[in-house]
Write a protein that binds this ligand. Structure first.
Ligand SMILES: *[C@@H]1O[C@H](CO)[C@@H](O)[C@H](O)[C@H]1NC(C)=O
Ligand SMILES: *[C@@H]1O[C@H](CO)[C@@H](O)[C@H](O)[C@H]1NC(C)=O
Length: 389
């Protein structure tokens, strides 16, 4: 009997213990559930905060991007202004130190001519054709600031007179002739030291050329006029036979065709719509009769072209961007097939210059005469033999 009571008591005790354990576990579970709920709430809150933060970050990044862009733009603007100031300073230097600077410049040019003459002699003695190509641009000099943003200036590229000619603007009829480079640099900005010549009809664009005492220029209707500068009279004229023509340089649309001279004579640089996109063509012109002797299609596009020149029978097309950046020779076409597009070096013009409205090569001096936003400049070229790559 006692034993039974003991057993029952034990069982009761065990039952009570069991209940306590279950109660305890339930309490723990509830606490854990509470905490899970809490965590869940916190996680949701954190996630929401994180999302909000992310949105804020994105918005801030956007505005940072915008600020970066406007900073870049104003930097570009400042860069342009610095370029302009540098150009002004170069020009002032030329002006203030006028006599010595110009002397040096003249000498440089003269020296250049003698060197080139000697080299030419040697070259022709070997009975080889003109066989040099441009390798780089060695130096530039701002000679003068005269006239409007677009125009053309040159020496007589075939003669030895040393006279300087200025054709200001893209649709005028008065040519300024200066007796020498020195007169040109010494002249006030109104060209009052020049002899003014009135042409029989206005020119169009900047594609003119002065070659052996004659001005070759293009008027409207694609007429090429040959004007004798010695007695101020029209010597000849011809209509350029080009069907479907388009302006030859995308960035200088006033110039419909461009005339160029090199060691071998006169060239016409033009473009037609026959190829799409339009590409530049080259034709050899007889300086005496204005007849076209031969014509070539080149692979060079007109788009973003600003000017071109011919050296030793090879056309060098200079490209820029609509917002003027750094001009560069980016397409070369050699009628003798000695320079292929791949071999031609990518020639950059010195930085910080705007757009060239004309570039005229002078084979006697191996200089390029450039008109850039009212500044008249000269580039000196470094040449190398065509076949030496
Ligand atoms: C040059 O041409 C511009 C117009 O393009 C004209 O305003 C300026 O007076 C001209 N300058 C000279 C020296 O002829
Ligand atoms: C101008 O000079 C050239 C060469 O001296 C001559 O052939 C031409 O007939 C002259 N023209 C006029 C109109 O005098």
């Amino acid at each position: 009997m006692r034993a039974l009571v003991l057993l029952l008591t034990a069982a009761c005790l065990a039952g009570a213990q069991h209940q306590a354990l279950i109660d305890y576990l339930e309490r723990r579970l509830l606490a854990i559930e509470d905490r899970i709920t809490l965590w869940h709430e916190q996680t949701t809150r954190y996630a929401a905060e994180l999302r909000e933060l992310k949105q804020q970050m994105v918005a801030q990044l956007d505005s940072l991007d915008k600020e970066k862009e406007s900073l870049r733009l104003s930097l570009d603007g400042v860069g342009g202004r610095v370029d302009r100031v540098e150009r002004e300073m170069d020009y002032m230097e030329t002006q203030n130190g006028a006599p010595p600077c110009v002397d040096v410049d003249d000498k440089l040019v003269e020296q250049q001519v003698t060197q080139v003459k000697e080299r030419n002699k040697a070259r022709y003695a070997q009975l080889s054709d003109c066989s040099e190509m441009i390798s780089s641009i060695k130096a530039m000099k701002i000679v003068k600031k005269l006239g409007g943003p677009k125009g053309m200036w040159t020496k007589d590229v075939g003669g030895a007179s040393g006279k300087v000619y200025v054709l200001n603007g893209t649709d005028q009829a008065t040519v300024y002739e200066f007796a020498s480079l020195r007169d040109f640099t010494a002249s006030p900005d109104d060209a009052s030291l020049a002899r003014a010549l009135s042409l029989p009809s206005p020119w169009q664009g900047t594609g003119h050329l002065v070659y052996e005492h004659h001005l070759y220029y293009v008027s409207d209707q694609l007429r090429v006029l040959k004007y004798d500068l010695r007695n101020a009279s029209l010597a000849d004229s011809a209509v350029f036979p080009a069907a479907d023509h388009v302006p030859v340089y995308g960035l200088t649309p006033e110039t419909v065709i461009d005339l160029a001279a090199d060691e071998e004579g006169l060239w016409v640089v033009h473009a037609t719509r026959r190829n799409l996109p339009p590409r530049i063509s080259l034709a050899k012109m007889d300086a005496a009769t204005l007849d076209l002797e031969q014509s070539w299609d080149t692979p060079c596009p007109t788009e973003n072209a600003e000017a071109a020149f011919v050296i030793c029978g090879a056309l060098y097309v200079v490209y820029n961007a609509p917002q003027p950046g750094r001009s560069r020779v980016q397409c070369v076409f050699d009628v003798n097939g000695l320079v292929s597009g791949e071999e031609a070096p990518l020639v950059y013009f010195p930085k910080r210059y705007g757009a060239h409205s004309s570039l005229k090569y002078n084979p006697r001096e191996q200089l390029l005469y450039a008109w850039d936003d009212g500044y008249q400049m000269v580039y000196r070229l470094v040449m190398k033999p065509k076949l030496e790559v």
